[in-house]
Design a protein around this ligand. Structure first.
Ligand code: KMH
Ligand code: ZN
Length: 312
């Protein structure tokens, strides 16, 4: 039997802050649904669960730590997955509010967005005639005016409040090549220590497009800037999700899937759950001769503090 290639860590981003309940019945927003889907995704092979919360009544994005606490203990009690809490959960509030859920929960990982940018999904509004909830249409349409603010001061604030205070490790979200240079600058000034974990993000309107050349460009740039001192993963929005995941696997990287990033399982067909996407990417990983990394593999790879050190 041929020797297996390296291990690939699957992150699953369960609900996010872009998609709205009208877009898919599968998008979880009630605490029990977020918990169930997260647990099922972990059982399917996701080593890392990238977590946002939603208002349980109307599915709008929420930074209320109570909403996170409605499902985090359940997920922790039923899985060994690494919990990664977003600090990018709203384009409309302050960095202090975005830090709060992680400050309360003290997770093993949190996302950390590495630059300010336009962040827009207003093009989605015209696909729907009717919306389940009143807030959805304006939220989507008005994203043509959203600025996702992540200044150097904000980035340092996240590191101080979560890295230094709680020993949280970051998923450094890089939406364009300049964000890699921002990260390099922060590392050179001692803010972050190797090995850093970089999520290369493609296909967000405002960031770099989902073209294969760009993946190679981002990877080459990161190699030049960080040498061997980094781990990386790829997330591409919408239809590019699985093709880019496949490409990342073949290049020796890790992958992120989940309904936060794409609602589909194949072109024109909505995914029935997060776990369905995890199962699909797992099949691709294994068919290509690689092995799926366990949560403990990720803990070792990223030197995480351990699930016994979280506060949920
Ligand atoms: N929704 C992704 C494009 C965060 O949570 O910090 C970006 C994201 C941001 O995951
Ligand atoms: Zn997110």
């Amino acid at each position: 039997m041929p020797k297996k290639l390296g291990k690939v860590a699957i992150s699953c981003a369960v609900t996010g802050a872009i998609h709205t309940p009208t877009m898919s019945d599968a998008l979880p927003y009630k605490p029990e649904d977020i918990a169930d889907q997260a647990i099922e995704a972990a059982e399917a092979g996701a080593a890392v669960l990238h977590i946002h919360a939603r208002d349980p009544q109307d599915g709008s994005v929420s930074l209320n730590p109570d909403h996170f606490m409605n499902f985090l203990p359940e997920i922790k009690s039923k899985t060994n997955a690494v919990i990664n809490i977003s600090t990018g959960g709203s384009l409309l509030t302050t960095i202090e509010d975005r830090i709060k859920p992680s400050d309360i929960a003290s997770p093993e990982m949190s996302s950390l967005n590495m630059g300010s940018m336009n962040f827009s999904f207003h093009g989605l509004a015209k696909r729907y005639d009717q919306f389940k909830f009143d807030w959805e249409k304006d939220y989507i349409e008005q994203s043509d005016s959203y600025i996702f603010r992540n200044t150097f001061k904000d980035i340092a604030q996240v590191e101080k409040s979560l890295g230094q205070k709680h020993g949280v490790k970051f998923e450094h979200e890089c939406y364009d090549v300049g964000h890699l240079y921002n990260l390099k600058f922060c590392m050179d000034t001692g803010l972050f220590k190797a090995p850093v974990f970089i999520q290369f993000i493609f296909g967000i309107l405002g960031g770099i497009g989902a073209d294969l050349d760009n993946l190679i460009f981002m990877k080459r740039t990161a190699d030049r800037l960080f040498g061997d001192d980094y781990q990386w993963s790829v997330m591409a929005a919408g239809a590019a999700q699985m093709p880019f995941a496949t490409q990342a696997i073949m290049m020796g990287g890790n992958v992120r899937v989940g309904l936060e990033d794409s609602l589909f399982i194949e072109r024109g067909k909505l995914a029935s759950s997060n776990a369905e996407q995890v199962r699909k990417v797992r099949r691709i990983i294994e068919e290509l001769g690689y092995e799926v990394a366990s949560p403990d593999d990720v803990r070792e790879m990223l030197n995480l503090k351990g699930s016994d050190k979280v506060t949920f």
